[in-house]
Ligand binder design. Structure first.
Ligand code: OVV
Length: 394
């Protein structure tokens, strides 16, 4: 059987610096493409990425959602009992997280999260010049998420390095991974302690997860791992989502003006940034049986890379996908995944995004980029490490 082959390295600096031409080539090469460097399949088309996300029986998560196949290699850390499992195991931890992060739970956080966004934007207006990544995209989630979780004050600085490690580890053992795990020992030691019931405040997501032990939903061994999932997936993702939105609004002044004119578009502006930049760029699945992606036949036991970011810019699905348009209908984008593993924290991410963008829309007249944006290189996450800006009060 003939099938498309590519020697693209989608985990390289050159690719991260400008992924779009390569994504276009992959999409046009065929339904699925063999990535010869890694010996894996990949698809960059929306239709196929979406179908894979829904077909967990054929494209499983229990062999890992990174390059490493857990059937052949031991996971580098104890596996996540929500991300790296299939039904029926998946449903237990997922059910608990669904409740902890439910719309009702988000409603209870809303006023506090909005007030924190207002305060931070007021402080930044005093400064005028600041780094939109460190001082806003990172500072905001770090000011609200650990409190909502019930984490103690000390060592919150390890949250970002730990996330950076895990998201790099879904890719190959390249220089980005090596750098991220260089100083892993103290971070992993800290992590082990943060997951425990006695380390967490009596109220918050952490305590609510541990309370699921009392109801018999989770075992005492499982609860800390579910807390670990929030510690891992709850910060870097929202940081890069917020960073994406700020970078878009700073680059596209017409969209910024549209948001200012109608701050109720804040939620849509955030969502469109998630589609446009796709902070989580890729995840793998592994075939449990012989499968097809469009015309391409794939054997059992193969890794398949889903290009979520490329799917979110597939011209078969999106009109002018390369345009950031806050009035676009973004419904159906796969920036939060889809199907049974679809981001369980998506409503928390949206809440954070919405309140920050709404505060900016109400208080700020202009956002100007005043220095060279710096990219942060990560095998899974797309975003910047620095975005120097100047803002003026409305
Ligand atoms: C979605 C996601 C990313 C990274 C880690 C996890 C989940 C986890 O469950 O540990």
């Amino acid at each position: 059987m003939q099938h498309p082959v590519s020697d693209l390295d989608p985990f390289s600096k050159a690719y991260f610096d400008d992924p779009y031409p390569a994504q276009d080539r992959l999409r046009e090469a065929g339904d699925a493409v063999w990535l010869s460097r890694y010996g894996v399949w990949a698809t960059a088309r929306f239709q196929h990425v979406r179908a894979m996300l829904f077909d967990w029986k054929t494209f499983c998560s229990s062999r890992g959602v990174g390059l490493s196949d857990f059937a052949k290699e031991a996971p580098w850390r104890p596996r996540s009992i929500v991300l790296e499992v299939d039904p029926p195991v998946h449903g237990r931890a997922r059910g608990v997280l669904n409740r902890v992060l439910s719309p009702a739970a988000m409603k209870r956080l809303e006023a506090r999260f909005a007030a924190a966004a207002d305060t931070l934007v007021d402080e930044l207006l005093e400064r005028q010049h600041f780094d939109a990544i460190a001082d806003l995209a990172e500072a905001y989630p770090l000011s609200v998420f650990p409190d909502a979780l019930g984490m103690p004050r000390e060592n919150r600085d390890y949250l970002l390095p730990y996330g950076n490690m895990v998201f790099n580890a879904f890719g190959p053992r390249n220089a980005f991974f090596d750098k991220a795990v260089e100083n892993a020992a103290p971070v992993l030691d800290w992590l082990g302690k943060q997951m425990r019931r006695d380390a967490l405040a009596p109220e918050g997501f952490g305590a609510e997860i541990h309370a699921a032990v009392d109801t018999g939903e989770l075992t005492a061994e499982e609860a800390p791992l579910v807390v670990r999932s929030l510690l891992t997936a709850g910060v870097d993702t929202t940081v890069n989502g917020l960073g994406a939105a700020l970078y878009c609004l700073a680059r596209y002044p017409d969209q910024w003006q549209a948001l200012r004119a109608d701050p109720s578009l804040a939620k849509a502006a955030f969502e469109e940034a998630v589609r446009f930049e796709s902070p989580v760029q890729t995840f793998f699945r592994t075939t449990t049986r012989d499968a097809r992606i469009g015309e391409v036949e794939i054997q059992e036991g193969q890794k398949v890379l889903m290009f979520l970011g490329a799917a979110n810019r597939d011209p078969r699905q999106w009109e002018n996908p390369e345009i950031y348009d806050i009035r676009r209908k973004t419904i159906g984008h796969v920036g939060f995944g889809a199907g049974i593993h679809m981001c369980v924290g998506q409503m928390l991410a949206r809440l954070e995004g919405e309140v920050v963008l709404a505060a900016l829309a109400r208080k700020v007249a202009s956002i100007d980029i005043v220095g060279t944006p710096q990219r942060r290189y990560n095998n899974t996450l797309r975003g910047l490490s620095s975005l120097p800006v100047e803002i003026r009060a409305a």
